[in-house]
Design a protein around this ligand. Structure first.
Ligand SMILES: *Cc1c(COP(=O)(O)O)cnc(C)c1O
Length: 452
């Protein structure tokens, strides 16, 4: 049989040394975050209680490129550059003329893309003399990544894990504790934000964020790190797309026709897509860029583009984003990382500008795609990127109908080896689709403050 290449690898010396900031390349800048009390644009000092200055500077930066510190690059090289795979066997099984590539972030210590931002976040906090970081975690991936990074730079790490996920994924807690982190079930009894809910409540990312923010605000030595959504988080994740561009060139492709990623807060999607968007805006490539979200938490496809809080208690700045309402509690689907009421303001802005599109998928279709992927490519995907895989497979089948040889690049942002309860439910026929009723959506949106 003809020799065919499956993996496109980069040498460590080819790893990107700068993060890409899409903001200066956009036709208009995204609207600024507003102070929750005054409703005026927040200044750096308003954020200084939560984040170190270097990260605040990155949050508002208009520089196109930001150098990755040597110390961060050194940690990145534990697993980066990550592989780009050509999905030959999946293509064959589908009988599609499309060429499917997946950028695999499951090779990181946490098993997802999250360490790409956890490492620089902890590095800048350590440099600023911070002793402890607090955070939320949904599926457990972000808590794992932050605990891992804290262990390398000698910081304490305290994690509020969404209750439903805490109960369903005990091994995630074990990994976080192995890296030296402390885990609380959220809503906890440790904070006023948590005590506002009954003990045993299944929780949400919005509640867990409120708890972590509340504790960080109590001491200058404690700061907070959000796992997604913010500009600087998406910035750090652009190493994914920068590497993928180099790898596609090695595969002999002129570019990509379609970029597909799942969106919870938008960071793995933005990380892959923004370097491609730069190429598109510069006229060097013309990929379609498509976000995929769960039908039960459809912030882009059914939410409203409004100012809303990032958390349930209303402690964070107001961000202009596609939102389902800050007190919306999504159904407990298995893709815990996608159960967030809002979308990154940068992704929301790019979507409003018409530079990308979005679709939503039900979870059983996602797991059907996951099994087909696992049985051809050999990787058990995390529940979140099964959304991207479902859309990738659907598109590849459309290509089969039309005969189009599209180059599809998708973000396989994590493995699912700690998410086997979800696979078990699917394999036993116990997984159900939930959707979101118009009434529930209207009720949640009614809680959003009315501003610009
Ligand atoms: C956290 C997480 C997500 C959702 O977050 P984004 O910011 O949208 O990327 C998706 N997939 C995995 C594997 C995650 O860990």
């Amino acid at each position: 049989m003809a020799v065919r290449q499956h993996k496109y690898l980069l040498d460590e010396s080819e790893m990107p040394t700068r993060w890409y900031n899409v903001v200066p390349d956009l036709p208009t800048p995204p609207p600024p975050p507003l102070h929750p009390g005054t409703h005026q644009p927040v200044g750096p000092d308003d954020l200084a209680g939560l984040f170190p200055m270097e990260l605040i500077a990155q949050e508002v930066s208009t520089e196109r490129y930001i150098d990755i510190p040597d110390e961060v690059q050194d940690v990145y090289r534990l697993w980066r550059p990550s592989p780009l795979f050509r999905a030959h066997r999946l293509e064959q099984a589908l009988g599609t003329p499309a060429r499917i590539y997946y950028k695999y972030e499951g090779v990181s210590p946490a098993g997802s893309h999250k360490p790409n931002t956890a490492v620089p976040r902890v590095y800048y906090n350590a440099k600023a003399g911070v002793k402890k970081l607090t955070t939320e975690t949904g599926a457990g991936q972000w808590g794992t990544a932050l605990a891992f990074a804290c262990s390398l730079f000698g910081l304490e790490c305290e994690v509020w894990q969404v209750g439903g996920s805490y109960d369903a994924k005990p091994y995630r807690r074990t990994v976080i504790e192995t890296f030296g982190g402390t885990v609380h079930r959220s809503p906890s009894r440790l904070t006023a934000s948590g005590r506002a809910f009954p003990e045993g409540h299944s929780g949400s990312l919005g509640i867990a964020i409120s708890e972590a923010v509340e504790v960080a605000a109590q001491s200058p030595e404690i700061k907070y790190a959000l796992g997604s959504v913010l500009n600087h988080v998406l910035l750090h994740q652009t190493v994914i797309g920068e590497e993928a561009l180099l790898q596609l060139a090695k595969a002999g492709e002129d570019g990509a026709d379609l970029i597909i990623g799942c969106t919870g807060g938008g960071s793995n999607f933005g990380g892959l897509a923004f370097p491609f968007l730069r190429e598109k805006l510069a006229g060097r490539m013309s990929p379609e860029i498509r976000a995929v979200e769960p039908a039960s938490c459809p912030s882009l496809t059914r939410g409203e583009y409004r100012y809303d809080f990032g958390d349930t208690a209303g402690l964070t700045p107001l961000m202009k984003m596609h939102t389902l309402g800050h007190d919306f509690v999504p159904d407990p689907i298995h893709a815990g990382g996608l159960r967030y009421h809002g979308m990154a303001p940068l992704i929301s802005h790019v979507y409003e500008l018409g530079l990308m599109e979005a679709v939503s998928v039900e979870q059983t279709e996602c797991f059907s795609a996951a099994l087909q992927f696992a049985r051809t490519e050999g990787i058990v995907p995390a529940p979140e990127p099964t959304h991207a895989l479902a859309e990738t497979i659907a598109e590849a089948l459309r290509c089969k109908e039309s005969g189009q040889e599209k180059v599809i690049v998708t973000a396989l942002c994590g493995h699912g080896l700690l998410d086997l309860a979800a696979y078990d439910a699917y394999l036993r026929g116990q997984m159900v689709d939930s959707g979101l009723s118009d009434q529930d959506l209207a009720r949640a949106l009614a809680a959003v403050p009315v501003l610009g």
